[in-house]
Write a protein that binds this ligand. Structure first.
Ligand code: ADP
Ligand code: MG
Ligand code: MG
Length: 859
């Protein structure tokens, strides 16, 4: 086997597979000449090798390499490992390719034993320090290697003691260690090191790590690396400290360093949430020169990594050391803001900015907020705004009960004193997380931001007694199941359910999406017909309406009655009465649409569904209708029966309806044109009506309907003394239409792919019944995914390619769109980008995602 250990000087940031993220970045920082304590990394190769072996022992070859590396460290540091006056101490740190916060364990101060602790005490002249370090080693070792929790050792001793008293404490620690592990604490420091490395390797497969990987789709096969690094001591003296820092605010994305530090403390103290740390700007007062250096390093790292960094550092006796850097986890809001600002600052390109933003972020960003009035209400507690969002739910005090409540479909808010990695699953099902302890970098805060869950930490007035199922705050208490509202942007927690605002887009997101539009070649339209949805579409950035479904307008009370009269009427007068009523109603709708849209294009589809959808099933109700409309009830029953179909989706609908009942389409076209003329006149604009015929499968169908439309339009223009440009086009949603697209293009001004029907008919899957077998199909990999959600590029896509290419060949001016569910789906948009298509059209709420997806597809 090739070599299995690498010095920090040898690696680089690109080697995360081999050295883990933490190790690779320590190498990179070393290369950048930053103050990094020296060390080496045992590779993930070695981990995989170890896990594959029966013996679960490090191979002799690896041990030999480790010994050589330690010798090298000894030479570099002029210290000796396990013996001598100046003992070398190291940390043993885990680190996989992907950062898994709190998942795997770190051991500090390794190299201390009953002898070296005295040497450390002597050379530093600090007994308390040396013994404290030793106690911590014993405790961490027991925890990481044997799973014996730190609590068994009582509180970590601090303060001043005599050497004798300390020896007593250590003996006591070793007793507890032996009692709980069945082993004595190893005095041979090389043995300590080997056991520690084995423990890190083994921890790759602990339950917490597995759960985290499952939740984040990380492969179990990667393995972890182990970093062995010379110790520096944040607990050494009054001018020593340990800290964590983000180079920008991870909650809002604002520029400027953000973090916290603890004086006289070591490692984990800061994330454990036990002592409340100081904000980083305080360091500017305590140790200004260190603060300045930290700022300089922050800028250097950001420029080098071209992204916001999350760093860990330690100050030993006034000297700064960097212990870790990585791309920082952030909220969706921060992600968008940071990407945008980095681009503005010239650190990343426009393309990179767009690729750094994903559709899910936008979805989360568009989460609702509490109304302004609601936010005036008195909060029961106030903490730190760790992760934004506004959530309402029922209180749970343990991860277990959170999971149970979520299973019952209840929205849960997990309220705890603090969270730990065991709580991950419970956290992931919660709407929000509230803790009473810990800062902005506590476990709860980091995990919640990563998951995009609303979170408030450090509500000091709150005290959770999980065994009693109650939490106390100044003026009352909360019980399991109580409803609370959590505002992750202000850090306030309220009793009861607060009203929510409709989600709004943030100003930065607007700018980003504008930039996206400028990069895209596909435009994004909305599928909408109600004034509300049309306005929403425009607000979300739609360049027009790609599909307005007229049948959606027929289901209001009186209109439905008239529609039924139209279908069931027993004489021409009644038909005409219904038609003229419907025409006025439709015209009013279209006027409203054109008023909102102005000159933005709007494609109106003529009636599509089978007529019997407008009739009730029950005979009783049919009789009532007959009475209502004063039509012979027997006749109504017969008519309803004749309209009933075995396969309505393949029956009398779409253009077939237009041909058998021509008066319906003529009425609709009349209403469209009248509305367009009226609004064009009123607003002094030119509205171009786009009229779309659904379900066309033959050339004759289209040419007949077009002819009849043209007659109505001609008459209308003449009556009103006004001409408007107009378009008549066709849906392409039947495979046959794809195959004769060249001929259809001779007649149509535009095509619009209806991917729902096209998928249904290409596969022969009923859209309404396919769910019964689709999950079995995707589960057994018969299909890669649900083709109604993600366009089937191989089959349906081939038809679309053929049709769109033939169409454009025939008529260069032919405009082509895609409406239907997949028009808003990023994966489908990737494919659509490869076709000669002009726009996609989707539901209003998906428009922002679609704009981003179109830009990504284009760059
Ligand atoms: P995690 O992945 O949980 O963050 P780390 O390996 O980064 O674990 O270790 C946690 C903390 O331990 C570090 O942030 C740092 O404060 C401390 N630590 C690790 N190695 C050293 C070292 N060589 N000297 C001083 N402190 C260290
Ligand atoms: Mg760390
Ligand atoms: Mg259709």
């Amino acid at each position: 086997m090739a070599k299995m250990t690498y010095r920090f000087q040898e690696g680089k940031k690109e080697w995360k597979d081999l050295l883990g993220g933490k190790g690779a970045n320590l190498c990179e920082m070393t290369k950048l000449d930053l103050p990094v304590p020296s060390g080496f990394i045992v590779s993930t190769d070695a981990c995989r090798d170890y896990l594959a072996q029966e013996s679960k022992k490090l191979s002799p070859k690896l041990i030999e390499e480790i010994i050589l590396q330690i010798k090298h460290l000894e030479a570099l540091s002029a210290k000796t490992f396990g013996i001598g006056d100046n003992p070398l101490l190291v940390s043993v740190r885990s680190g996989a390719k992907f950062s898994m916060p709190g998942m795997m364990d770190t051991i500090l101060n390794l190299g201390l034993n009953d002898q070296t602790v005295h040497a450390l005490s002597a050379i530093t002249g600090n007994v308390d320090f040396a013994f404290q370090c030793y106690c911590r080693l014993i405790q961490m070792f027991a925890d990481v290697v044997y799973g014996v929790s730190a609590e068994n050792f009582g509180v970590t001793p601090t303060g001043t003691k005599s050497e004798k008293e300390w020896q007593q404490t250590v003996q006591n620690y070793q007793k507890i260690y032996a009692a709980n592990t069945g082993q004595s604490f190893p005095q041979n420091t090389m043995e300590q090191l080997i056991i520690a490395v084995e423990a890190v390797f083994t921890s790759w497969n602990n339950q917490r790590a597995k759960v985290y990987r499952r939740l984040h789709n990380i492969s179990d096969a990667l393995g972890t690396a182990v970093t062995i690094q010379q110790m520096v001591f944040g607990n050494y003296s009054a001018d020593s400290a340990t800290g964590v820092m983000f180079t920008r605010n991870p909650a809002t994305g604002e520029k400027g360093v953000y973090g916290e530090f603890l004086l006289q403390a070591q490692g984990e103290d800061i994330v454990a949430g036990i002592r409340t740390p100081e904000p980083i700007r305080k360091l500017a007062e305590t140790m200004p020169y260190v603060y300045d250096e930290l700022l300089k390093i922050a800028t250097q790292l950001e420029n080098h990594y071209q992204d916001m960094q999350d760093v860990e550092f330690t100050i030993e006796a006034g000297k700064l050391y960097m212990l870790q850097t990585r791309n920082g986890k952030r909220t969706p809001q921060a992600a968008v803001t940071i990407a945008y600002n980095l681009m503005k600052e010239g650190i990343i390109s426009t393309e990179t900015m767009i690729n750094r933003i994903d559709e899910e972020m936008i979805e989360k960003l568009l989460h609702p907020t509490f109304t302004k009035e609601a936010r005036q209400k008195k909060a029961i507690v106030q903490g730190l705004p760790a992760s934004p969002g506004a959530s309402v739910g029922q209180v749970a005090f343990t991860a277990e009960s959170a999971k149970e409540m979520a299973m019952q479909g209840r929205p849960v808010i997990l309220v705890r004193n603090e969270t730990s990695p065991e709580d991950i699953e419970g956290m992931s099902v919660s709407e929000a997380i509230v803790t009473s302890r810990g800062g902005m970098t506590s476990h709860a805060a980091v995990v919640a931001r990563g998951m995009g869950i609303c979170c408030v930490v450090g509500c000091e007035a709150l005290q959770v007694d999980e065994s009693q199922g109650v939490a106390y705050f100044a003026e009352g208490q909360l019980k399991i199941g109580d409803v609370i509202s959590v505002d992750g942007s202000s850090g306030r927690v309220y009793r009861g359910k607060l009203p929510l605002n409709e989600a709004t887009t943030s100003a930065v997101l607007e700018k980003v999406l504008k930039i996206c539009d400028s990069q895209s070649t596909l435009a994004v339209y909305g599928n909408a017909e109600t004034p509300r949805d049309i306005k929403e579409s425009v607000k979300k950035g739609a360049k027009g309406i790609g599909l307005a479904r007229t049948e959606h307008m027929f289901f209001k009370a009186n209109r439905l009655k008239m529609m039924r009269q139209l279908i069931l009427a027993d004489n021409p007068d009644k038909v005409n009465e219904a038609l003229s009523y419907m025409k006025e109603e439709q015209k009013a709708d279209f006027c409203q649409m054109y008023q909102i849209l102005g000159e933005l294009p709007c494609t109106i589809r003529l009636l599509d569904p089978p007529l019997h959808e407008f009739l009730p099933q029950e005979k009783k109700e049919l009789r009532e209708i007959a009475q209502d409309l004063a039509i012979n009830s027997q006749e109504v029953l017969t008519k309803a029966q004749s309209l009933a179909e075995i396969n309505p989706m393949l029956g009398l609908r779409g253009v077939r309806l237009g041909i058998t009942r021509p008066e319906i389409y003529q009425m609709q076209v009349g209403a469209i044109i009248e509305a367009a003329i009226e609004i064009s006149r009123k607003e002094k604009i030119t509205i171009i009506p786009h009229i779309m015929i659904p379900l066309v499968g033959t050339v004759k169908e289209l040419s007949l309907i077009k002819k009849s439309c043209l007659e109505v339009i001609g008459a209308q223009f003449k009556d009103s003394n006004m001409n408007l440009p107009f378009n008549i086009g066709t849906m392409i949603e039947i495979p046959r239409a794809c195959l004769i697209a060249d001929q259809l293009a001779q007649i149509a001004d535009f095509f619009s792919f209806g991917t729902n029907d096209l998928t249904q008919l290409t596969y022969g899957y009923s859209r309404d019944d396919a769910h019964k077998f689709l999950s079995t199909y995707t589960h057994n990999a018969i299909l890669p995914s649900d083709p109604f959600q993600h366009l089937d590029a191989e089959g349906v896509g081939k038809l679309m390619r053929f049709a769109s290419e033939k169409g454009k060949e025939e008529k260069e001016s032919l405009s082509i769109g895609v409406c239907g569910e997949v028009g808003g789906d990023p994966a489908s948009i990737q494919f659509i980008q490869t076709l000669p298509v002009d726009y996609v059209s989707c539901s209003p709420f998906r428009i922002p995602q679609a704009r981003l997806a179109c830009a990504k597809a284009a760059i």
